[in-house]
Ligand binder design. Structure first.
Ligand SMILES: CC(C)(COP(=O)(O)OP(=O)(O)OC[C@H]1O[C@@H](n2cnc3c(N)ncnc32)[C@H](O)[C@@H]1OP(=O)(O)O)[C@@H](O)C(=O)NCCC(=O)NCCS
Length: 179
């Protein structure tokens, strides 16, 4: 596998990969959400769903959306499949999310970060905002980053990338089974 990491906002087919990865990580692996992690922001037409490919495999996701009309954006659902972790996929996804919000006119971006990942975000220029609070029953740290001086977004569409999940993972995803 090459080390190249590409990020882009997917069409309908790869969008199902975005949801499948989120389901595997947040519902199956972490158990943060029960049954599904899909919420109202997924139906919002301003929400931007992102996938990342690591080499030829779809490996991670993030979601980006505006919170108001004054330049405040949010990023969430950052997830990298276990087989692709520590390969800089997460870092690229965060940078892509930040650049996407900046390109859309965002001024500041916020995220609710699981405590073990605070250092990861700090290394990417994010800062803690207040004390940790509970989100889905887990302690999370509110973090922000200002969106000035952000490198422009470069979306690289890797049309040959495929998604490989462990056997059985797709069949346990009610969203994919019922669609
Ligand atoms: C957190 C997560 C997205 C990181 O993705 P990743 O692709 O493994 O991270 P990267 O390879 O891009 O890491 C970039 C750097 O940060 C480091 N890093 C990764 N996770 C870290 C963490 N939790 N704390 C501190 N450093 C971390 C890596 O070692 C790497 O450092 P290096 O450049 O010196 O090698 C991934 O572990 C994941 O999906 N976890 C489960 C879901 C989750 O927790 N989502 C985030 C919710 S807030």
């Amino acid at each position: 596998m090459t080390n190249q990491v590409s990020c882009w906002s997917p069409g309908p087919i790869e969008r199902s990969c975005h949801f499948a990865i989120r389901h595997q990580v947040f519902v199956e692996e972490q158990g943060v959400m029960v049954l599904t992690d899909v919420d109202r922001w997924d139906d919002d037409c301003d929400t931007i769903h992102v996938v990342a490919a690591h080499g030829s495999e779809i490996a991670g996701t993030v979601r980006v959306y505006p919170l108001d009309d004054y330049g405040r954006w949010k990023g969430d659902r950052l997830a990298v499949l276990p087989a692709h972790r520590a390969s800089l996929v997460g870092m690229r996804l965060v940078r892509f999310a930040v650049a996407t919000a900046a390109a859309a006119g965002g001024l500041v971006m916020e995220a609710s970060v699981q405590l073990p990942n605070v250092t990861f975000f700090e290394r990417l220029g994010w800062r803690c905002d207040g004390e940790p609070t509970s989100y889905y029953g887990l302690p999370h740290q509110s973090m922000t980053i200002t969106l000035d001086n952000v490198d422009p977004v470069v979306a690289v569409v890797d049309s040959v990338a495929v998604l490989r999940l462990a056997v059985g993972d797709l069949s346990r995803n009610p969203l994919l089974v019922n669609s």
